[in-house]
Design a protein around this ligand. Structure first.
Ligand SMILES: [Zn+2]
Length: 246
């Protein structure tokens, strides 16, 4: 293959379309809230919150947990007990409280809070006093509780917008192997068994099929190969070859 033909790295780049399955901001911020919730040690309820400013910058993240310095091995996680003092409720800090207290900016005035669960009345007070202007949540499963009702009353009076958010994807998977297995749409060079043509890039279809796009070869304008990539490895098996696709 002549160097100048392949050397059209600009040509290769031109065939690389930008990703269109990237995470949009609301999904991203809600996912950050849910990821943070995975830090919670509460056996029954894991809630995360993420505060975002007008520039789409995250200024606070929190999840439900016991106060700093209060061992979560010594305090109870029960939801019910003869004495309220033997339940988690008098002690646990909700995600919203922690997100506000963990803020890394001077204040959170005018910010939006992404939170998994509609806030309770205590958190609603904190949200209002902190100057947060909008609350976006996924679940409102305690809608009819006194706590949620009081929260709505206060939000309405204080002019705080709140809305339920339905993400585009039901699940977002974080795959630590993906950095190795999906060199998606990046120029990628690897010899491909017996074939002299050089890989331009590998792309993954919506249905998960991998396609290897090859440089121009003698007599063939463009090759695509469908490949099977095993998770965690770049060793690929050529499954099928299609000629003449441009
Ligand atoms: Zn709360």
């Amino acid at each position: 293959m002549s160097g100048d033909r392949l050397g059209g790295s600009s040509h290769s780049e031109a065939t690389c379309k930008k990703r269109d399955d990237y995470l949009e901001w609301p999904e991203y911020f809600m996912a950050v809230a849910f990821l943070s919730a995975q830090r919670s040690k509460d056996p029954n309820s894991q809630v995360g919150a993420c505060i975002v400013n007008a520039e789409n910058k995250i200024v606070g993240i929190g999840y439900n947990g016991m106060p700093n310095g209060c061992s979560d091995d010594l305090l109870p996680w029960n939801r019910a007990a003869e004495s309220k003092l033997d339940t988690k409720y008098p002690y646990v800090c909700h995600a919203e409280l922690n997100a506000i207290m963990n803020k890394n900016s001077a204040d959170v005035k005018g910010c939006t809070m992404y939170v998994a669960l509609f806030p309770c009345n205590e958190c609603a007070k904190l949200i209002i006093q902190a100057g947060i202007k909008e609350v976006i949540f996924i679940s409102d499963k305690y809608h009819d509780s006194d706590e949620a009702t009081a929260a709505r009353v206060m939000f309405d009076l204080a002019g705080i917008k709140f809305r339920k958010f339905t993400p585009k994807y039901g699940k977002i998977v974080i795959d630590f192997d993906s950095i190795n297995t999906q060199p998606s749409q990046k120029p990628y060079s690897q010899s491909n068994g017996g074939n002299n043509m050089q890989t331009k890039y590998i792309q993954q279809d919506i249905d998960g099929t991998y396609w290897r796009y090859l440089g121009e070869g003698p007599g063939i304008e463009e090759h695509q190969e469908r490949i099977l990539a095993e998770a965690g490895t770049l060793d690929v098996e050529i499954h099928k070859m299609i000629h003449g696709i441009s």
